[in-house]
Write a protein that binds this ligand. Structure first.
Ligand SMILES: [Zn+2]
Length: 473
């Protein structure tokens, strides 16, 4: 029996407004506990919310970037539920008239480009945070309470962990590009819930499991794989899964049942009576559209055309706005787009992956990187040496010229110096010369290797290669 996994995502992104969704308190991350609070965001009776216009603009920017229709009329609704970090005992959200609907993002899969539908993007306010202490009590911090959020709800169009990861990467990239969210999962400004179920070829299907507590894209992928297996096992045993909410336990790499899944009617939605309906004019939407910066796809096309780099490389480099900016700066300063992209695709990306960090965390800047490229271009250091210099730059943040100088890494280009080394190596290896005479071309490679070793890797490799061949002839 064949099975198909069906994945849908719900992503919450905190918006980068200065103030909160319905009051003038700071929306900044952190701060001393309960200092970004006022009677409105801690829900005291008699207070009235006022909509943050900038938050609506940010949501519209996200909607336009994700190919959504922007509603002409939209409203806020109360979603009622009791939770200690939600002091009003309801959250102002959007129910049946969301701001943005019917969008899509395109992802790259093994079988080509695939459109993943976006059902809706709506606005809501964030909750506070509970801190459970060891003595069994709970402390509440309302600084985050009322920070504007958008919830992006995808259609169940993804067929597994790979496609879900590609979608998350794409969405994260776009939100980063348009600067409406700082998309930091570790600070909770980007959070995702996953809906998974499995359909068998004979039409049987499992109930949807909603997965929570996924604090990285990796965790989301692992949780999807785990659930897929669990759902298939249920179907193979002639059973079904429960419609429920499950929590991902990252340490144990398993999902654990939390509660049966809520339905919309559990929340008793009704229109927020303290806020009027919003009317969004076409002019406003068009003004916002004009303000949108270059998006990843447009940047990728431009990089391929202007810098003549392969599609794959361009795609990787533009996946992060900061990485793309770093690349453009390095190209401008070094004048070598191809060398810059080669170096980025290998050394820099490997480093970022190993350190699990962003380009902005590196201790060198685009100017230092461009200097290194210039040393390669001018033949001051070989490609191999440049990699060593780069590693040192990445570890210590020291300038490339300092490293090259101090470590004596300058390439030897002086022909007479190289000739001396080659002569010595040839006279020390009569057997290789004999092998060459007997038609064993491998001997050339060996002698070049020995000469490079004798120069401590500093001799210009092309010169060594040419000279060894000339001498043997
Ligand atoms: Zn407030």
């Amino acid at each position: 029996m064949n099975y198909r996994t069906i994945v849908g995502l719900e992503i919450h992104a905190e918006l980068l407004t200065e103030s909160k969704m319905f009051c003038t308190c700071s929306a900044a991350f952190g701060g001393d506990v309960n200092t970004h609070c006022c009677p409105i965001c801690i829900g005291l009776p008699g207070t009235l919310p006022v909509i943050n216009k900038r938050a609506i603009e940010f949501a519209i920017m996200a909607g336009l970037s994700a190919n959504c229709k922007i509603a002409e009329k939209s409203k806020m609704d109360r979603k009622n539920y009791f939770y200690p970090d939600l002091p009003k005992a309801y959250q102002i959200s959007q129910y049946d008239m969301p701001l943005c609907t019917d969008g899509y993002l395109e992802i790259e899969t093994e079988s080509g480009t695939k459109k993943i539908g976006i059902e809706r993007i709506h606005m809501e306010e964030d909750t506070g945070k509970s801190l459970h202490t060891e003595d069994g009590s709970s402390l509440l911090n309302y600084n985050r309470c009322g920070v504007p959020l958008i919830e992006i709800v995808s259609r169940p169009d993804m067929a597994g962990a790979d496609e879900a990861t590609a979608f998350l990467d794409k969405l994260k990239g776009i939100l980063e590009y348009i600067e409406v969210s700082d998309v930091k999962m570790e600070q909770g400004s980007l959070r995702c819930d996953v809906n998974v179920n499995v359909v068998a070829d004979d039409g049987r299907k499992t109930e949807i499991a909603e997965l929570k507590n996924l604090n990285s894209f990796k965790a989301a992928a692992k949780a999807i794989d785990y659930e897929t297996k669990r759902h298939i096992e249920a179907l193979e045993a002639g059973e079904n899964t429960l419609k429920e909410t499950r929590r991902w336990d990252d340490a144990k790499s398993v999902t654990v049942s939390m509660r049966s899944k809520e339905y919309a009617h559990d929340y008793r939605y009704f229109p927020e009576p303290d806020l009027v309906e919003m009317e969004i004019s076409q002019e406003w939407i068009e003004r916002i559209r004009k303000e949108l910066p270059e998006l990843p796809q447009a940047k990728k096309d431009r990089f391929m055309k202007t810098y003549e780099i392969p599609e794959y490389d361009a795609g990787v480099i533009v996946s992060s706005k900061a990485l793309a900016a770093f690349y453009e700066e390095a190209v401008k300063l070094s004048g070598d787009a191809k060398l810059a992209s080669n170096f980025m695709m290998t050394e820099i990306l490997r480093r970022l992956k190993d350190m699990d960090s962003d380009i902005s965390d590196m201790p060198f800047d685009a100017c230092d990187f461009a200097d290194l490229l210039k040393f390669v271009k001018s033949g001051t250091v070989s490609n191999n040496m440049a990699k060593k210099v780069f590693r040192e730059m990445a570890e210590t943040g020291r300038k490339p010229e300092k490293i090259i100088e101090e470590k004596g890494m300058k390439q030897i280009t002086d022909e007479s110096a190289i000739e001396e080394i080659v002569d010595r190596v040839i006279s020390e290896n009569p057997q290789s010369v004999e092998d060459y005479r007997n038609g064993k071309d491998r001997a050339v490679g060996f002698l070049v290797g020995q000469a490079m070793k004798a120069s401590k890797g500093k001799a210009a490799p092309q010169t060594v290669n040419r000279m060894v061949r000339e001498k043997l002839k």
